[in-house]
Design a protein around this ligand. Sequence first.
Ligand SMILES: CC(C)(COP(=O)(O)OP(=O)(O)OC[C@H]1O[C@@H](n2cnc3c(N)ncnc32)[C@H](O)[C@@H]1OP(=O)(O)O)[C@@H](O)C(=O)NCCC(=O)NCCS
Length: 155
Amino acid sequence: MIAQLSQGCADDLDAVMRVMTSAFPDRYGEAWTRSQCAGILPMAGVKLVLAEDGEANVVGFSLYRTIVDDAELLLLAVEPNSRGKGIGRQLLSNFIADAKSSGATRVHLEVRDGNPAIQVYETAGFEQANRRRNYYRGRDGAAFDALTFVLTTQD
Ligand SMILES: CC(C)(COP(=O)(O)OP(=O)(O)OC[C@H]1O[C@@H](n2cnc3c(N)ncnc32)[C@H](O)[C@@H]1OP(=O)(O)O)[C@@H](O)C(=O)NCCC(=O)NCCS
């Protein structure tokens, strides 16, 4: 076992925001605010999964939404000190398995063009499907494209 995964809730938002702030560079505008996270958690089909290290510290999380046959990974983050140990891959595999078992046949996500996480997604079998121009807005007003990646789970 790489990390202990468990389902999170609104009580875990302090830990989630700590990981969020450390994981996403400020300049790209990818991180969500606490109120965005708090707002989406009660919505139907939304799940927060926490990754804890051996001392029960939250070191990563995924946030995703499954609606009927469609699952979207909204956020995936691992704090910098815990990277490269397979926790990101573990959270991604857990998301894909949960999406499949919930009946999703289309699994997708959006990621900033140039984000190194793309390699993690491609290794897991995701393929680029679309580009959304200027989707992300950095703090200084700079714009970055989003790429949509899709994994078809129907065998
Ligand atoms: C993307 C992220 C979650 C990966 O977490 P992680 O725990 O380091 O990932 P893993 O250790 O499971 O690595 C999985 C694979 O991707 C590779 N990888 C991970 N991060 C990488 C990076 N920054 N650059 C290049 N390759 C990377 C690893 O080498 C590994 O490949 P391997 O198994 O062939 O060696 C983490 O880098 C992160 O939090 N990034 C910032 C937040 C973000 O941009 N999230 C994605 C958009 S929502």
